[in-house]
Design a protein around this ligand. Sequence first.
Ligand SMILES: *[C@@H]1O[C@H](CO)[C@@H](O)[C@H](O)[C@H]1NC(C)=O
Length: 729
Amino acid sequence: MDEKLLTLNMLKSGMFLLLLFCGWVYVVTATVSYDGHAIIIDGKRRILISGSIHYPRSTPEMWPGLIQNAKQGGLDVIQTYVFWNGHEPSQGKYNFQGRYDLVRFIKLIQQAGLYVHLRIGPYVCAEWNLGGFPVWLKYVPGIEFRTDNAPFKAAMQGFTQKIVNMMKAEKLFESQGGPIILSQIENEYELMEYDIGNPGKVYAKWAANMAVGLGTGVPWVMCKQADAPDPIINSCNGFYCENFFPNQGYKPKMWTELWTAWLLGFGEAVPYRPVEDMAFAVARFIQNKGTFVNYYMYHGGTNFERTAGRFVATSYDYDAPIDEYGLVREPKWSHLRNLHKAIKLCETALVNANPTVTSLGNNQEAHVYSWGGACAAFLANYDTKYSVKVNFGNVQYNLPPWSISILPDCKNVVFNTAMVSFPGKHLQMTPVGTAFFWQSYTEAPPSVDDKKSFTANGLREQLSVTWDTTDYLWYMTNVNINNNEAFLKNGQLPVLTVASAGHALHVFINGQLAGTVYGNIDDPRLTFSGQVNLKAGLNQISLLSISAGLQNIGTHFEQWNIGILGPVTLKGLNSGTWDMSQWQWSYKIGVEGEALGLYSNQGSSSVNWASGTSLAKRRPLTWYKTTFDAPGGNDPLALDMSYMSKGQIWINGNSIGRHWPAYKASGSCNQCSYAGTYNQTKCLSGCGGPSQKWYHVPRSWLRPTGNLLVVFEEWGGDPSAISFVKRTY
Ligand SMILES: *[C@@H]1O[C@H](CO)[C@@H](O)[C@H](O)[C@H]1NC(C)=O
């Protein structure tokens, strides 16, 4: 070895040592830990304001704007679930593209200087199809979800590991210099654990150990999991969490889901939550040792395609501070931003001291944090009716009902939760005036002779047949009516009864729609029972059974059935009642237009479309198409579907989700006061109207000209009443 090389090698190893040293220093500073006061990032205790934004519920083109609105709203952290069924739609085939580009989403958050709370689950609930589990998982032999079951645990570990490894490879954990400061394993498991007993306990422990074993370098959270083992932090989800405390004094008090309102179900009125009550709930949590608050949702977004859970609407707006379309909702957004500013002024005292609580009256309290020279006070009035004057530090303060004043110096009020100073900017929908020229194509209901049908004895459960590749499954049979049946003469038509596990059903007799029935978000089951117009000879019965999203919550929710399970009977014949449940039935998966791809540019040319005076109106099983130029400007867009009934919508082949404006909102929409304990039925709007009439059309899915809009209408509607609207202030 010559001298030069030796020197070079020495130099290299010196540099290596230097690098190693830097790396070591780096690792020491880049850490996330916690104590009883707070999450500690790089050695500093922090009050963290977080908000949920679920990446597949918006488009990548919307992400930067959403993240900026979150940052300007005073957020430190963005929280998201990871959506397994979106990432692994069929076993071993992964998708991390487009709306499922998780790495891109996290890197955008990092670029904005915010942190990430990554809730891997992989059970997420989330009002999302099958709670985020892929449908194929249900058909893994011997599997039982979310319990001490070997095939399930293997699959769960595999996916969790894959996500963690992907984050590590991209250096996205804070311990690597990335933005992810927290993760989550499982999700709201304690109720199910309680239900199923010991196997649940074993599973929860296993999940915790498995997660910790992945060595992310950042803490794990289990929400609603009072027995979460160390070092995992158990956290609270709810409308209020001030009385929650973690299971050890050395864990910080975290609120992983502060519900900003509630999900919208088809058939339900639209829930909203007054911002005065939300701000009150946050201040109440913070004044009582809370140090991490996450808004669920900060941006709710849209359940595109068929991603919505059972009877969950396509809109997932959630009355969030950023609305479904990406615009800030006022005064909610600004009032909460001001709240966050006030809380941050108190940070030093909050993260270092314990509160001293004193009574200021019957229903009034002061919570004072004082540390070194820092002093922060929260003056609370829990009374739901009366404003109260209280004395604090020899000064009189006026507290509106159900409110908290924040005094970052223990003297001056910078914020009161009930005093909304922001002048309301009201969001509205305005017509953009695009005229559509519609064409229609009506499918005939299939019969037992259909070439794509197959037969089976008895009634088959729908999901086991379709594996959720479509919402639709046809159940078909023929009924032979003898000439001597009495009803043919006396006109007393027989009664067909069809019992289904859900979710909706159209009954066709000899090609004609004879009736439509559907369940609801609380009970998906339904029964059709009605007289049917049978004739002498052969009659075709074609039953279109429809899924409206898969169950996403409950103990062993994977065991929920859908489809026509029977009994199916025909009553009022000479021989009495026929039980058809055990007959041979023919099945056809999906509707014809799906197989032809009528929603796409290519497929839509495969049939002859009618237009003008032959345009089909108020006809079931009808496809509509039109081409249009993108409306000018940048305002977000939606389709007003008020006069359509039920089906699905596509723009340039992209599914914007299920429409169901025929399902009118039940519930009572009384005046609601911000004061007093909130719940999901307290404040509702839109009673009696369609639960959802506007359907978000992402701008980025449009070209300047020649866009294809396709609507499949199962039930019957008038497409000439479909209009484009824009979302503006
Ligand atoms: C929800 O709030 C309303 C109005 O305050 C109340 O009447 C109702 O009983 C509450 N429901 C539940 C489940 O607490």
